[in-house]
Design a protein around this ligand. Structure first.
Ligand SMILES: Nc1ncnc2c1ncn2[C@@H]1O[C@H](COP(=O)(O)OP(=O)(O)OP(=O)(O)O)[C@@H](O)[C@H]1O
Ligand SMILES: [Mg+2]
Length: 559
């Protein structure tokens, strides 16, 4: 069959064989085009062909063109171009700078032909692809144009002269930098010397190697729905970091008890704080703040507020006052029993408060009343919270976080702390604020956090949570479903990225996990892959081990 016999032309599309082509051109380009922007415009999951041709403009002609652009801008300005004055001034200024750079031969001018061609078997499918692309282009500051009744001219073959007639929006004039930003092979991955491999870019399998210790924040986050591969990714990163940094002290706060085998396989220790706990960490021990009793009193207040989120204002005030008094006048290392006694002996304390605190002496939290019985020396340490009722998890996590902070501060060299199920801390403003402070401060003594949670939404609800997210140098968004408007806005996701994240492949589907790595301002879709020995090691070591003690479904004590 001849080619023409299968071609049907509509006003906005062309059918060739069984496929509809729906071209889209660019009426206007933004003043700044980010390098590798095509990566964000053209998701791998959609068939959108990109046609890009470029022809170098001779040096003299280029200088002439820039000067005349400048002259036009100046003439417009002289006429008083009204609302567009600022834009004209910008054109004038940038063309002056560009003229200089072209004269010095640092830049050249290019005549660039650009067309996007969504391809689909159906007209609606092609139109949908085109509408999605148009929206993404708009988000990046482009103005797109559908060549109506000019489809054949837009889609015609290249004649390599660079002078053939094309519809409006096909040809553009760009300096070398602008052209480079358009170049589809801009995806070079990231290679930070001395870093660890985080994955391969989905576009070109370029390695992404990131050095935690070379940035101002050493903390990272991993978010994703259940089964997205967060725990696996965290363990893989910890493993690779330990190869890179010998003797890296690693502490894992492990509410679900998934990392015990991992710690043991690395010669580390597992501390079980659940129902069968044999060790105790005294939440009131001022050692965690290096003996700073005032700071410690503030932290204890936050920890206790996590247990009773609905405390009345006067109860909170009385509790804070009692805690301050305990550190001013109480024993050198107070215990929970001392605090209970202090409140019980105070006739002015709200009566309900003494009742609530009783849980630490005779109730379900009595196990934490007493001095610390643990001196952890292990390089890798996991704290397993299995068996702790869900409503007690935030308070246990909070004082263990405080204890971890002390550990990270006192140990020499770089340190890594993993917090799984971090939403348990992020949800309550008091513990979120505490976590924020800890994440901020640990970098002063070479400590980095790796926070794991199902969705960034839990962090976005209040300012401390947002501050925590802002302080994460790298954020790996694995499959998220759904991607809320708040998350899309916070991370500056394009609609293409937000549409893709709920479809990012799970390890159970792909054998590895897919996600969007946000590194500073850069967004890189990556595959988190590992070697066979890593996979064998991690699948053998990770996962809940042994019987899970039944978590009593209790309500917060006394409330
Ligand atoms: N990159 C990967 N390569 C190979 N297998 C993986 C990878 N990531 C995860 N897996 C496997 O997928 C399964 C789910 O991963 P994982 O437990 O890490 O998910 P999760 O996000 O922590 O889920 P949850 O929220 O339920 O804790 C595990 O069996 C794990 O071994
Ligand atoms: Mg997990």
């Amino acid at each position: 069959m001849s080619r023409h016999s299968t071609e049907i032309e509509g006003s906005r599309w062309l059918r060739i064989g069984g496929r509809i082509r729906a071209p889209l051109l660019l009426r206007e380009l933004p003043r700044m085009v980010a390098f590798g922007c095509l990566e964000r415009l053209l998701p791998l999951t959609e068939r959108i062909d990109l046609g890009l041709e470029f022809h170098r403009i001779a040096h003299d002609r280029a200088i002439e063109m820039v000067h005349s652009a400048r002259a036009v801008a100046e003439a417009e300005l002289a006429r008083g171009a009204g609302a567009s004055t600022a834009a004209m001034e910008a054109v004038g200024a940038s063309s002056a700078e560009l003229a200089g750079r072209i004269a010095r031969r640092e830049q050249e001018l290019w005549k660039v032909g650009i067309r996007f061609v969504p391809v689909d078997p159906t007209r609606t499918g092609a139109e949908q692809l085109r509408a999605g692309l148009e929206r993404r282009l708009g988000e990046l500051g482009f103005r797109a144009r559908v060549p109506t009744h000019e489809v054949r001219e837009a889609l015609g073959p290249y004649d390599l002269s660079g002078i053939e007639a094309r519809p409006l929006g096909y040809w553009h004039t760009l300096p070398t930098d602008g052209l480079a930003a358009f170049y589809p092979l801009g995806d070079e991955g990231v290679l930070e010397r001395g870093g660890i491999l985080l994955g391969l870019t989905l576009g070109e399998a370029a390695p992404v190697v990131v050095d935690r210790w070379s940035h101002s924040s050493y903390s990272w986050g991993i978010f994703g729905t259940t089964g997205a591969g967060k725990s696996f990714a965290a363990a893989l990163m910890a493993l690779r970091s330990r190869w890179q940094t010998e003797g890296l002290r690693t502490v894992i706060l492990d509410p679900l008890g998934e990392f015990g085998g991992f710690a043991e396989a690395l010669g580390g220790t597992v501390i079980r704080l659940g129902a069968d706990a044999r060790v105790r960490l005294n939440p009131l021990d001022p050692v965690t703040t290096g003996g700073d009793r005032k700071e410690k009193a503030g932290r204890v207040g936050a920890i206790l507020r996590a247990l009773w989120p609905s405390l009345l204002d006067e109860e909170t005030a009385a509790l804070d006052a009692a805690v301050s008094r305990l550190y001013e006048r109480g024993p050198e290392v107070p215990t929970m029993g001392d605090l209970v006694d202090l409140v019980a002996a105070d006739p002015k304390a709200p009566p309900r408060l003494a009742g609530l605190l009783e849980v630490f002496r005779s109730g379900s939290l009595a196990a934490v009343d007493g001095p610390t019985t643990l001196d952890p020396q292990a390089e890798v340490l996991t704290v397993d919270f299995r068996g702790i009722p869900e409503n007690h998890l935030p308070v246990h996590l909070a004082y263990v976080l405080d204890w971890t902070y002390g550990l990270l501060r006192d140990a020499p060299g770089p340190k890594l702390a993993v917090v799984d199920e971090a939403h348990l801390l992020a949800r309550h403003p008091a513990t979120a604020e505490f976590l924020d402070r800890v994440v901020r401060h640990v970098r002063h003594f070479e400590g980095g956090f790796l926070l794991l949670s199902q969705s960034p939404d839990d962090f976005l609800r209040h300012e401390s949570g947002r501050a925590i997210l802002r302080n994460l140098r790298a954020t790996l968004l694995l499959r998220l479903s759904p991607v809320s408007g708040a998350v899309a806005e916070f991370y500056g996701l394009t609609s293409g990225e937000a549409d893709w994240l709920p479809r990012a492949r799970l390890p159970v589907e792909a054998g590895y996990s897919e996600g969007l790595l946000r590194l500073g301002e850069a967004h890189l879709p990556i595959a988190l892959i590992c070697t066979t020995p890593e996979l064998d090691f991690l699948t053998g070591a990770l996962g809940a081990r042994g019987p899970v003690p039944a978590a009593a479904a209790t309500r917060p004590d006394g409330l």
